[in-house]
Design a protein around this ligand. Sequence first.
Ligand SMILES: CC(C)(COP(=O)(O)OP(=O)(O)OC[C@H]1O[C@@H](n2cnc3c(N)ncnc32)[C@H](O)[C@@H]1OP(=O)(O)O)[C@@H](O)C(=O)NCCC(=O)NCCS
Length: 135
Amino acid sequence: MHGIDEIYFVEKNCFGDSWTREMLESEILNKLSVLETETKDGVLCGFALGRVVADEAELFKIAVLPDFRRQGIAEEMLKALHEKMKERGARVCFLEVRSRNIPAVSLYEKAGYRRVRVIPRYYGDDDAVVLRREL
Ligand SMILES: CC(C)(COP(=O)(O)OP(=O)(O)OC[C@H]1O[C@@H](n2cnc3c(N)ncnc32)[C@H](O)[C@@H]1OP(=O)(O)O)[C@@H](O)C(=O)NCCC(=O)NCCS
């Protein structure tokens, strides 16, 4: 298990100021949370964070540091996270993503997620796509 600081470093580099360190820490420490991290050459280069409530999971975030992208790291973390979610009893996973976030939408669709609906202007400047995958 890695320190919150290393995970927060990835968070800051990938999302800017979306979550504070305190928000991230409290989510990671929540008993319902599931976390997957990846380390390469001693550097924590990615994480995926979600939650399982009863038999439903939600993916909150997945991020890989820019220098480590397009090497299959997110795909591997997502697979491992799905396994952890299943072990906790989840049968399905949902997520919301910005419609214009092509890398993320492509990653999720490659991983077997299917579109459920679109929420117009959910992010103010962009629509949200709600995706779903059987686990
Ligand atoms: C989205 C993100 C996590 C992908 O990480 P990654 O490790 O580079 O992804 P992978 O190498 O595992 O790619 C898996 C698949 O995702 C898709 N993909 C990833 N990056 C892509 C890009 N820049 N353009 C198009 N498709 C992309 C492809 O289908 C890819 O499969 P392929 O390499 O066989 O074509 C990364 O770009 C990132 O951290 N982005 C910023 C944070 C973010 O927006 N997170 C998602 C919302 S929470």
